[in-house]
Ligand binder design. Sequence first.
Ligand code: NDP
Length: 250
Amino acid sequence: MGVLTGRTALVTGASRGIGRGIAERLGRDGARVAVHYGRNEAAAKETVAAIERAGGSAFRLGVELGVPGDARALWEEFDRHADGLDILVNNAAIGNTRPIRELEEREYDKAFAVNVKAPFFILKHGMTRLRDGGRVVNISSGLARTAVMPDNMAYAMTKGALDVFSRDLSKVLGSRGITVNSVAPGIIDTDNTAALLHGSPDGWAKAAAISALGGVGEPAEVADVVAFLVSDGGRWVTGSWVDVTGGSLT
Ligand code: NDP
C-alpha cells in the first residue's frame, strides 16, 4: 500500500517530461492517475502503460488547453472516468516565448491562455470536484524570480502570474484543508529544453553551471518534491513557492 492509496490525481501535461515524471511517481505512491495530454496520444499511452507496469492505475485524458471552453471540456472528460479527485497538478505549459522584439500578440495571448488562464479555469470549474483535504500544485519556474533569460520574458511573466494564483487560492481553499503551492523547477532535461541543452556543444555545461549543484535536473527531481507536498507530510505547507532549481537562484 502506498501513501496515496485511495486518492485520485490529475496531472496536466503528463504525456511527457516533468508531468510524466510526476504522474509516474504519484502512481507508484498508490494514487489513481488521470494522465492529461494535448496532442500526443501515443506519449500519454506510454505514461499510462509505465504506471500500470509499476503496479499502479491510470487513465488518459486528451484535451487541448488554451482554447475557449478548455477547462469545461477537461472536466467533462474526467467525469467519465472518476468521481472527484484529491490531487490536481497544473503542469502543462508552453515552455518558451520569443524575445519581446519578435513576439507577436497572438503568441503572447497563447502563452497566457495555456499557462495562466487554463489553470485558473480548471480550478474554477474543478473546485467542487476537489475533495476536502486535497492538494493543488502549480508548476511554476525559477524564471519567475530571476532575469537570467530575459529573452524568455513573456513565459516568465506567465509563471509570475501563476505564483500569485497559488498564493491567493491557498486562502480561498484553506478552510477546506486544501493546500495550494507553486513548485518552481530550474533547468530540467525534457523535450522543452532539448535545443538549449543539446543544440550546441557547450549547451549542457552552460546550463549546469547555473545551478549551485553543478548539474541539470531530471523530471524525477521535481516529482519527488511534488510527492512530498501532496502527501500527508505536506499538510501544513500552503501558499508557498518551492525552489527546485538546484540552487540556480543563489
Ligand atoms: P514538455 O514540453 O516536455 O511537455 C509539455 C506537456 O504539456 C506535454 O505533456 C504537452 O502535451 C502538454 N501541453 C503543452 N501545451 C499544451 C496545450 N496547449 N494543451 C494541452 N497540453 C499541452 O514540458 P516540460 O516537462 O519541460 O515542462 C513541464 C512544466 O514544467 C511546464 O509548466 C514548464 O513551464 C515547467 N518548467 C520546465 C522547466 C524545464 O527546464 N523543462 C523549467 C521550469 C519550469 P502533448 O505531449 O500532448 O504535447
